[in-house]
Ligand binder design. Structure first.
Ligand code: ADP
Ligand code: MG
Length: 246
């Protein structure tokens, strides 16, 4: 999940699609690549209480398999604020873009899907995410400012393809926090796939206060408000991913 803009629901989308895929029986690993550790918190894991994190893995001090934590049906590679230092640490090493890909390699056989939650920047951590991934999903908010950076992101993905990951593809856009009551957002939605020539996955995720409540309880929207429109919208996208992957 990548978008250099903050607050477009990357973390929410990672957690919700992970929960949706787990409901379908997949073995899911969530990777928190953001030093702010919002995904780790939202899984009910307090970064202050864990012995080792993704930072130790990227710094070569620990194996990913020894750092993963369980949260219900999901497994996660947690983050802590130390990961902010990884930017600097990785910056000084050659092959730095491949650190995450290398770290995840031993785990590939153990999971059906690995979802990576990128930080809100196009720095070395996001590049590591794009290098490790087979596909990118771009969550975006359907208002002008929300998707102004998407063109730039797609360019970065293009660069990543030529330099570190020739096989990287864009799986699609997920329209988040959608308020279909305004004509403006309906119009923006209508020309999205044409504008970027990438598919829009499923239907827009509706804006709802239920989303703000879930992380504090260490749950995804799928368990916090299982029958809500937001949970169903994420389930529908998880079904699309699951079916296409089989
Ligand atoms: P990002 O990871 O891109 O920075 P987050 O997933 O942390 O974005 O979401 C930003 C905020 O928006 C969070 O407080 C989250 O609870 C809220 N949010 C996410 N999706 C929705 C939604 N569909 N409706 C309302 N609020 C949402
Ligand atoms: Mg986030």
């Amino acid at each position: 999940m990548a978008n250099q803009k903050g607050g477009v629901a990357k973390t929410t989308t990672t957690h919700s699609l992970g929960a949706g895929l787990a409901e379908l029986g997949e073995r899911v690993l969530l990777v928190d690549l953001d030093p702010q550790a919002c995904l780790t918190y939202s899984l009910g894991v307090d970064p202050d209480t864990i012995d080792a994190s993704l930072h130790d893995v990227l710094a070569g001090r620990a194996e990913a398999a020894d750092v993963v934590v369980k949260s219900g049906d999901l497994t996660a590679l947690p983050s802590t604020i130390d990961l902010a230092g990884a930017e600097v640490h990785l910056m000084t090493r050659t092959g730095r873009e491949h650190a995450l890909a290398r770290a995840l390699k031993p785990l590939l056989g153990e999971y059906d899907t690995i979802l990576i939650d990128c930080p809100p920047s196009l720095g070395v951590l996001t590049i590591n995410g794009l290098t490790a991934a087979g596909e990118v999903i771009v969550p975006l908010q359907c208002e002008t400012l929300g998707h102004r950076g998407v063109g730039q992101l797609l360019e970065t993905i293009g660069d990543g393809r030529s330099f570190t990951n020739p096989d990287l593809t864009v799986r699609g856009l997920v329209v988040t926090m959608f308020d279909g009551r305004t004509r403006h957002s309906r119009e923006l939605l209508a020309d999205l796939d044409e504008r970027y020539s990438v598919p829009v996955l499923g239907d827009p995720i509706p804006k709802s206060v239920r989303f703000a409540e879930a992380p504090g309880r260490g749950r995804s929207i799928l368990t916090h408000a299982p029958r809500s429109a937001g949970a169903e919208a994420y389930r529908a996208i998880a079904r699309i991913l699951h079916q296409e992957n089989r």
